[in-house]
Design a protein around this ligand. Structure first.
Ligand code: ATP
Ligand code: ZN
Ligand code: MG
Ligand code: MG
Length: 465
């Protein structure tokens, strides 16, 4: 990519989240990730430009020195900082504006800093497009927190029985964020039991919200509808998937063939999630049982009498095991972290210059990572302990908010990296994206939000006496 010859016509709108907007290159397997700001902030252009200037390199460092060593080399692509001509960025912003979903337009793309992040386009398979294959299918899952908190600092018993995602659903429904409850439960996805994972994925397909997107040849073909009242079109998805599972068309003899296609599709996603990433391993991989506490969520629709069945635990090298391990660095829960945050705040009030030494706002380098790894287990009352736990909490928060990309396409017999299924066979790759640092300043908000979600859940589910 020649940065001085950037042309907005080579790029198109790809997608966006809460923090960033992504455009993809028309020819190369690359995307540009640009930051977004609340539109009222755009008046303070200099300030926002400076923010982005610091933030983009911070994102890359955080991914490289913190998340990648924790999650594994093969899953994380840190990307590189690119300095873009302002003219290009302004034209690009105009060009993508009409493509943006309305519910995201409360924020505007950063057109001031000229700073962006260049990443591989993970909805594509590298080199795949060079051959005359069917376009790859990419499934993006935002799995959210996969365990029940076990900290002794928890004050509300329900937090030990019902997972955060399931409780949050009720709060989001009440606040109009979504119109229907999702029946997805992260604990089912992270269970490692094929049956429970199947149910979790089925529920994601029925109500994707912002936890599931599907791409074909790099184009979004399935996601939540902009109009929250509308149901996503499962039938359209089945039509898209049909050619990838030719053998399931005959399987059920015309009786609900769509179901058979979805069934096989879910099996492929499951196998990829349980695999070691992209290689064809033989033998049963070692299972890990990460959760010491109750691994089932009482709000999950999965039938309780079936819980004992099947093979539990995630294979050690699987993408879900990696993510769960990092999520579990949050072992005090926000209720245990908030007092430590206040200890840090008090200390910084007295010694404001210590903010740099303690790396509160970065830099996210090896020394930050050392603090995360070597934090003592017992509280000795020091500010170092408090900072270590706060760092760990923020790292866990990143892992609770990341997405998994599973990209696959039919492969030829001789190809090496395959999912070991009877038929058909797929080339596939698994990655983790959206690994931004979560702000230190966000902790008081997280504390309040946790209280609100739990209180609302208790009020809405417990019948009045
Ligand atoms: P969130 O609100 O989830 O925090 P975000 O604003 O941090 O999101 P991302 O999740 O990084 O932004 O990107 C937004 C969307 O762009 C993703 O959901 C994904 O569909 C797409 N995307 C991001 N990075 C890539 C990539 N490297 N390849 C392909 N698509 C990508
Ligand atoms: Zn749950
Ligand atoms: Mg995201
Ligand atoms: Mg994000």
């Amino acid at each position: 990519m020649e940065l001085d010859k950037m042309d907005e016509n080579d790029w198109k709108y790809h997608g966006e989240g809460n923090k960033s907007l992504v455009v993809s290159h028309l020819q190369h397997c690359k995307v540009l990730r640009l930051l977004k700001f609340p539109s009222e902030d755009s008046a303070h252009t200099r300030q926002t430009a400076e923010q982005a200037f610091r933030h983009i390199p911070n994102i890359v460092d955080y991914s490289k020195y913190v998340m990648k060593p924790l999650l594994g080399e093969k899953y994380v692509h840190s990307g590189e900082v690119v300095k873009l001509p302002l003219d290009f960025v302004r034209q690009l912003s105009l060009k993508v504006q009409q493509e943006r979903p309305e519910l995201r337009c409360d924020k505007v793309m950063d057109t001031f800093s000229g700073c962006g992040l260049c990443l591989p386009n993970l909805t594509q398979l590298p080199l795949h497009h060079l051959r005359d294959h069917s376009p790859p299918i990419c499934v993006e899952i935002k799995p959210k927190c996969g365990f029940l908190p076990f900290s002794r600092h928890i004050t509300k018993e329900c937090k030990r029985k019902v997972c955060r995602f399931c409780m949050h659903q009720h709060y989001k429904l009440a606040n109009g964020k979504w119109k229907r409850l999702s029946r997805y439960c992260p604990l089912d996805l992270f269970s490692g039991s094929k049956q429970r994972m199947y149910v979790a994925l089925k529920n994601l397909l029925e109500e994707p919200q912002n936890n599931l997107k599907i791409f074909k040849g790099g184009e979004l073909i399935f996601s939540c509808k902009d109009d929250a009242k509308q149901q996503p079109e499962l039938n359209d998805l089945i039509q898209h998937l049909r050619p990838y599972f030719p053998h399931s068309n005959s399987l059920y003899n015309g009786h609900q063939p769509g179901k058979a296609v979805l069934n096989e599709f879910i099996q492929v996603i499951c196998s990829a999630l349980l695999s070691g990433g992209d290689s064809n391993r033989s033998g049963e991989p070692r299972k890990v049982h990460l959760s010491e506490s109750r691994p089932h969520c009482e709000a999950s629709p999965f039938p309780r009498d079936l819980l004992r069945n099947g093979n539990h635990g995630l294979p050690k090298d699987s993408v879900l095991a990696k993510i769960l391990q990092v999520q579990m660095l949050d072992n005090l829960d926000i209720e245990g972290i908030y007092p430590l945050y206040k200890r840090v705040e008090q200390y910084l009030e007295e010694f404001p210059r210590e903010r740099n030494r303690l790396q509160i706002d970065g830099p996210y380098n090896e020394s930050f990572m050392d603090t995360v790894k070597n934090c003592p287990t017992e509280d000795d009352g020091s500010v170092e302990y408090a900072v270590g736990k706060v760092h760990q909490y923020r790292v866990a928060m990143t892992a609770k908010d990341c997405s998994v990309m599973i990209t696959f396409a039919p492969c030829e017999e001789d190809e090496e990296h395959q999912l070991n299924l009877e038929k058909p066979r797929f080339t596939y790759s698994v990655s983790i994206l959206d690994l931004d640092p979560k702000p230190y300043e966000g902790i008081p908000h997280q504390y309040k939000l946790d209280t609100k979600i739990v209180n609302y859940y208790l009020r809405s589910t417990q019948a009045p006496p």
